[in-house]
Design a protein around this ligand. Structure first.
Ligand code: FMN
Length: 203
């Protein structure tokens, strides 16, 4: 049972994913420890028109990126998981190379050393070879690398549905129950033409 997670927000595009994630974790009663980097706050303002306070009020606790005295700066403060979303290429590089110059990278590095679940949502396109290598490095170290890619095969009708599908995947990655995910093959309206009623003996 997921009880306590860190939610670390950096200055990549995609603030809506994390905002919705925090709404859902609050609803689910998960204890959240939030850090928003300075560029993260700028992107939230630009993309959502919200101030830091409005995001912070969704979290149980929040800290400045410079606060190395925060509980989440130490592995002795047990977390059930750490989410970095959206994850900038700068923060990805910091995590991949253990350059812990702020609380976000410190907390993500702790997750790797303690072997806790670490989910990164990097956003950039196209990707340089260096950025792809950094993703491979964190993946080999145990992180789940989950870029926010829309599931067009579920035929979302608007942007908020596309966002929620990704938020569902984020919640599921931490084992948090959600109705936002869908299972391919379970909605007859979308897949009945592909799903055989009887075993396909011709194969
Ligand atoms: C509006 C806006 C959108 C940005 N989008 C991205 C992005 O999608 N991916 C990325 O890696 N950086 C993006 N950046 C640049 C980062 O914010 C910048 O590299 C910053 O140093 C990241 O710092 P942080 O990881 O400590 O938050 C964006 C910046 C702004 C202002």
């Amino acid at each position: 049972m997921i009880r306590r997670i860190a939610v670390l927000v950096t200055g990549a595009s995609g603030a809506a994913f994390t905002y919705r994630f925090l709404q859902e974790t609050k609803k689910a009663g998960v204890e959240t420890h939030l850090v928003v980097t300075k560029p993260g706050g700028m992107v939230i303002k630009h993309e959502l028109g919200l101030g830091a306070r409005e995001v912070e009020q969704l979290a149980s606790f929040s800290y400045s990126e410079r606060n190395f005295m925060a509980p989440i700066a130490s592995g002795s403060f047990r977390l059930d998981g750490v989410l970095v979303a959206p994850c900038s290429m700068k923060t990805l590089a910091g995590i991949a190379h253990g350059y812990e110059d702020n609380l976000v990278i410190r907390c993500a590095s702790i997750a790797l050393k303690e072997r806790w679940k670490l989910v990164l949502m990097p956003r950039e396109t196209p990707l340089s070879t260096i950025q792809i290598r950094n993703m491979l490095t964190v993946s080999e170290a145990g992180a789940i690398v989950m870029p926010p890619l829309p599931q067009f095969y579920f035929r979302p009708v608007d942007v908020s549905e596309m966002v929620d599908m990704t938020v569902g995947k984020m919640l599921s990655a931490f084992g948090i129950e959600t109705k936002l995910t869908r299972e391919w093959g379970t909605d007859p309206a979308q897949t009945s033409e592909y799903v055989a009623q009887k075993p396909d003996v011709a194969l």
